[in-house]
Design a binder for this molecule. Structure first.
Ligand code: GLA
Length: 379
C-alpha cells in the first residue's frame, strides 16, 4: 500500500491497537459485574485506505482475504472472519460503508501475539471498526466502537464473549487500569492508576502456549460458552437478571453444587475487584498480590476454568517470590500473570521454565508488560 502524507480520499490511516491483560474480575463482564483490565504495550497495527468500489481486501502476515461490503455471517472464516465481522457489524449499525484495503501488521518480536489470551481478536475487530469509522467520518465514541467490535465477534465469528476486552482495548490509558462495568447502562469505564514499574515491580505475562480458542467458540460447545450457560441458569433460578447481583445468601438458595460453585466465584470475584481498586489507590501492592492469587484459586476450584499449565505457572511464580499470580482471560489455556518485585522477575521466569521442562512441556514465553493507551490513530 502506498503511503500518503496528505489527507486526501486515498490517504492511508494507521491505527495502533493494544491487547489487554485482565488484572482481576474474571468471568464477570457477562454476569453484570466489574472487571479491572488494562491495555498492554503489545500492539497490532491496522493500516486502512478507502476504495471507490465495494471491495474489501485484507492482508495479514502473507495471507490475503477479499470480499465485499455486503459480506454476511457464514461467508468468511479463519482469521479473516474477524475483519469481515467488523465490516459487517459496522454496516449493521447503520453506518455508511465503502470498500477498503486493510493491512494488519504485528511486530514479530514485540507485537501482540495471537492466541495467547491477550485479546488479539478484540484488538483486530476494534482496529478495523476504528479505521472504518475514521474513513467514513462517523465519529463514533470509544464505547460504541467497542460494542460494534463485540457484535463482530458474537454474531459473525460465533464467539459469545462479553465486552470487557473491547472496552480495555479502546479505553486503555498509559499507567492506568480501566475499571469496567460492561452491563451498566451505558457501559461504565473509569481509569484507576496502575504503574507497577513505577513502584519497582514487574507485571509478567506467562504465555503457556496452550491454545484456548476452541473454548470460546459456541459451535464447539467450548467451556466458555458452557460457563455462560451455567451462570445464566443460576441467575434464572434466583430470579435475577445478572448473577453478579446475587447477595451472599443466594449460595444457600441454589441446590446444584456446580451452580453454587460458579456463584461463589462470581460473588467473591466481585468483592476482589472492589478490594483491588482500593489497593491501587493506596499503593498496597502486597495486598493486590494476595487478591490476584485468591482470584486464581477461585477460578481453579469454583469456576473450573484453569488448566495444569496455568496452575504450574502460578505456583512456580509464587514460589519464586511473586507477590501474586493468576490466570488471566477466559481460561482453558492462554496466559497467566505474575506481579513480582523487579529483582525477582528473572527468578520467576526461570523457575516456571524449569517446572515446565521437568514436566516435558514446551517452555512458555514470559515477558513484562506495562499499562498502555488504547487504540490510537498514529498517522
Ligand atoms: C474472555 C472474553 C471476555 C471475558 C473473559 C473472562 O476474554 O472475551 O469477555 O468474559 O474471557 O473474564
Amino acid at each position: 500500500m502506498t503511503e500518503s502524507t496528505h489527507d486526501g480520499p486515498t490517504s492511508v490511516r494507521r491505527w495502533q491497537v493494544p491487547g489487554r491483560v485482565n488484572l482481576v474480575g474474571e468471568h464477570l463482564d457477562y454476569n453484570g459485574g466489574p472487571s479491572l483490565p488494562f491495555a498492554i504495550d503489545r500492539f497490532l497495527t491496522v493500516k486502512a485506505r478507502a476504495r471507490d468500489d465495494d471491495a474489501v481486501n485484507a492482508w495479514s502476515g502473507g495471507r490475503k482475504a477479499s470480499f465485499t461490503t455486503s459480506v454476511a455471517p457464514g461467508d468468511v472464516d479463519g482469521w479473516a472472519a474477524y475483519v469481515a465481522g467488523a465490516v459487517w457489524a459496522f454496516g449493521q449499525a447503520g453506518h455508511r460503508l465503502g470498500g477498503v484495503d486493510l493491512v494488519l501488521e504485528v511486530d514479530p518480536k514485540a507485537g501482540l501475539p495471537e492466541g495467547a489470551g491477550l485479546s488479539s481478536s478484540a484488538a483486530l475487530t476494534v482496529g478495523v471498526v476504528s479505521a472504518l469509522d475514521d474513513l467514513a467520518g462517523t465519529g463514533l465514541d470509544g464505547t460504541t466502537r467497542a460494542v460494534v467490535a463485540q457484535r463482530a465477534e458474537n454474531d459473525f465469528v460465533g464467539a459469545p464473549t462479553g465486552l470487557m476486552d473491547q472496552l480495555a482495548v479502546v479505553h486503555g490509558r498509559a499507567g492506568h487500569a480501566v475499571l469496567t462495568r460492561p452491563l451498566a447502562d451505558p457501559p461504565h469505564t473509569e481509569p484507576a492508576p496502575f504503574d507497577p514499574p513505577g513502584a519497582g515491580l514487574s507485571l509478567l505475562v506467562i504465555d503457556t502456549g496452550v491454545d484456548h480458542s476452541h473454548a470460546v467458540h459456541a459451535e464447539t460447545g467450548g467451556g466458555y460458552a458452557q460457563r455462560r450457560e451455567e451462570c445464566g441458569r443460576a441467575a434464572a433460578e434466583l430470579g435475577l437478571e445478572h448473577l453478579a447481583d446475587a447477595g451472599l445468601d443466594a449460595v444457600l438458595r441454589l441446590q446444584d453444587e456446580t451452580l453454587k460453585a460458579r456463584l461463589r466465584h462470581v460473588i467473591t470475584e466481585t468483592a476482589r475487584v472492589t478490594a483491588a481498586v482500593r489497593t491501587l489507590r493506596d499503593g498496597d501492592w502486597s495486598q493486590l498480590g494476595t487478591i490476584l492469587t485468591a482470584s486464581h484459586e477461585s477460578l481453579r476450584d469454583d469456576f473450573e476454568v484453569s488448566c495444569a499449565e496455568l496452575d504450574v505457572a502460578v505456583e512456580a511464580a509464587l514460589e519464586a517470590g511473586a507477590l501474586g499470580a493468576r490466570m488471566t482471560g477466559g481460561g482453558f489455556g492462554g496466559s497467566a500473570i505474575a506481579l513480582a518485585p523487579q529483582p525477582k522477575a528473572a527468578a520467576v521466569r526461570e523457575l516456571i521454565e524449569h517446572r515446565y521442562d521437568a514436566l516435558g512441556w514446551t517452555p512458555p514465553t514470559t515477558f513484562a508488560v506495562r499499562a498502555a493507551d488504547g487504540a490510537t490513530r498514529t498517522h
